[in-house]
Design a protein around this ligand. Structure first.
Ligand code: SOE
Length: 377
């Protein structure tokens, strides 16, 4: 694994727990974790349960006791490490967004396809039981033809103008702000649930242009120093979309929505009913069926915690909820099984490229002030 901060912890936890709750056709051995700071990575290795550590990713990818490389370092490091890893014949699991640009993402997909390794991207929210249930309901046709897809991803950790200039606010490191960090998830879920995008038009804003440079940072928290630096990414990006199936979409991502902590929602309205999901209540799915008897019509909230629901039988007795970290475990389970059994895995780098194409189409539409067809990007 390359990276040992917030995502390094989430992914390590997944590898550690997956064999305890799921029947895997292979043993998972956490061989080595890599980071540039020797003391930091050594401490992470001990705490997260890795057998060894490296401070040079080139050494890591050339080790012959390693089959799979997990890349969760900041976004500007993805491309070089992924290209090196696939060249060394390793399977690669990469955090989102896949790359800083669509051109880079395409290069990474091509390299992975040519080398024949199994590639995966961390669109973790696909693997929540409620999202999987939504997918089942849609596939079974119970919502009918889709008219509207409404997505939001609202957070508030940057609403305070004194919050330090974390790496997620630096375009050279992160690629973009709320757009690549949050809209990327919403775009992927929309593609997963209702299909591909036809055209988009967006707008974005940076509300706070200068912030204190961090003295130290950890996950989404940071301590300010006395110096300030420039914010070079968007604080909020919204866009309208039209899908290939004719559905209308609205997407809204911001880190300036006070009181919204990790408020990722989707609402889907079709010819036979509707679905609503909110990540802040991730064990629930709201559904409405127009064919319910008239006197019983209304939204019902399904508690997605019964053995009949996706993945839940592997966890606790019925009614016992799961959390944010479980989606990573489900993803890692499916991915490892696909490597061992040679089956297809999604989301993979193709999905990473498709997502990046929509992100870039939105950026272009903002520059032009006009709709952009996604295929033309
Ligand atoms: C921070 O905005 C963040 O941790 C994202 O980087 C993740 O991808 C998202 O799942 C939660 O919020």
């Amino acid at each position: 694994m390359v990276g040992y901060k917030f995502m390094g912890k989430a992914h390590s936890h997944a590898y550690k727990d997956v064999g305890m709750f799921f029947e895997l056709d292979a043993d998972v051995s956490m061989q080595a974790i890599c980071g540039r700071d020797k003391d930091g990575v050594q401490a992470a290795a001990e705490k997260f349960g890795w057998s060894s550590y490296e401070t040079d990713w080139q050494r890591l990818i050339n080790r012959d006791d390693i089959d799979l490389i997990d890349v969760n370092a900041p976004s500007n490091a993805h491309k070089e490490i992924v290209l090196g890893a696939v060249k060394a014949g390793k399977h690669v699991f990469c955090e989102k967004p896949l790359a800083l640009t669509l051109a880079d993402a395409r290069e990474m997909l091509q390299a992975a396809e040519q080398s024949g390794v199994k590639h995966a991207i961390c669109f973790n929210y696909r693997f929540l039981p409620a999202v999987q249930l939504a997918k089942q309901i849609l596939t079974d046709g119970q919502i009918g033809d889709i008219h509207h897809y409404r997505a939001t991803y609202l957070q508030d950790w940057l609403a305070d103008p004194d919050f330090p200039l974390a790496w997620r606010l630096n375009k050279e490191v992160a690629g973009s702000g709320s757009h690549g960090d949050l809209n990327a998830h919403c775009i992927d879920l929309a593609r997963f649930l209702i299909g591909d995008f036809e055209r988009v038009v967006g707008h974005s804003k940076t509300f706070v242009h200068k912030r204190p440079i961090p003295a130290s940072s950890q996950g989404l928290t940071a301590v300010a120093s006395d110096e300030t630096g420039d914010v070079t990414v968007d604080d909020a990006t919204s866009f309208l979309a039209e899908f290939k199936n004719g559905a209308m979409g609205t997407f809204e991502a911001t880190r300036f929505a006070y009181g919204r902590k990790n408020y990722q929602t989707f609402e889907i309205y079709g010819s036979k009913g509707a679905l609503r999901f909110n990540l802040e209540r991730l064990n629930e799915l709201e559904v409405y069926f127009k064919d319910d008897p008239p006197h019983l019509q209304g939204y019902r909230t399904i508690l997605v915690t019964e053995g009949v629901h996706p993945y839940t039988a592997n966890w606790w007795p019925p009614g016992h909820t799961i959390g944010y970290e479980h989606a990573f475990i489900h993803l890692v389970y499916e991915y490892i099984q696909s490597i061992v059994n040679g089956s297809d895995f999604a989301p993979n780098f193709y999905d990473g490229v498709q997502c990046q194409q929509v992100l870039e189409a939105v950026d272009q539409s903002i520059e032009k002030g006009a709709w952009v067809r996604v295929e033309e990007v």
